[in-house]
Design a protein around this ligand. Sequence first.
Ligand SMILES: [Zn+2]
Length: 248
Amino acid sequence: MCFVKRLVLVILCVVILCGFETKPVEKNREYYEKRGEIVWEVPVDEKKVAFTFDDGPSQETTEPILDILKINNAKATFFVIGKRADQYPDLIKREIAEGHELANHTYNHLYIKTNIKTETIQDEIVRTEQSLEHLTGTKPLLFRPPGGYYNEKMIQVAKKLGYTTIMWSWHQDTNDWRSPGVGRIVNKVLNNVRNGDIILFHDYTPGSTQTVQALEIIIPELTKRGYQIVTVSELIKNKKEQSIPIHH
Ligand SMILES: [Zn+2]
């Protein structure tokens, strides 16, 4: 075989082999979970779970929820809408005063699909952050994209601004915003609960008191079963150490 032919063959082999090696990385749950960029739930040894409330604050729902949490000494995480925080500053102040965690859920409940510009995403997060910092004196650390829509651009913007993106346990989506019935919300949580769950509720559900009624059943029952209801940041602090491989 002449030199040129051999060279072409070698190059072809290299191209084929490299082609096989550089399979495009699928940016799925496993990918983001490993990198610590998105959290769906937290592996913990203790009987601890996190309650999260999205889309508030609202006068009808947030107040009774805060009352129930207080009576039961439970701490929750509120993923608030910046615009609503500006409308109901007293509820935000009450949330922080009672030991709950305040987190960012954009200013206008924007669905961050792939066509949304970087500047828009940044503006939605920063405006909410400014409102919360002004009202609570603390910078929020957690971000949840409305509707759970996430993409690489959004995650990197949130990360650059100092946020960890938080989703929810797939087996703990109560769908309470659809008013599915108190029993369904209760069963969803109580039948599926595991250590380290991040449970999804809403404290802005116009015309429905189902979330409040469900919590009146769920919280005492979880307490009876020995669960502690903590903030998402507290849950993350309790994360089970993954075993580190030792190389000799
Ligand atoms: Zn939402």
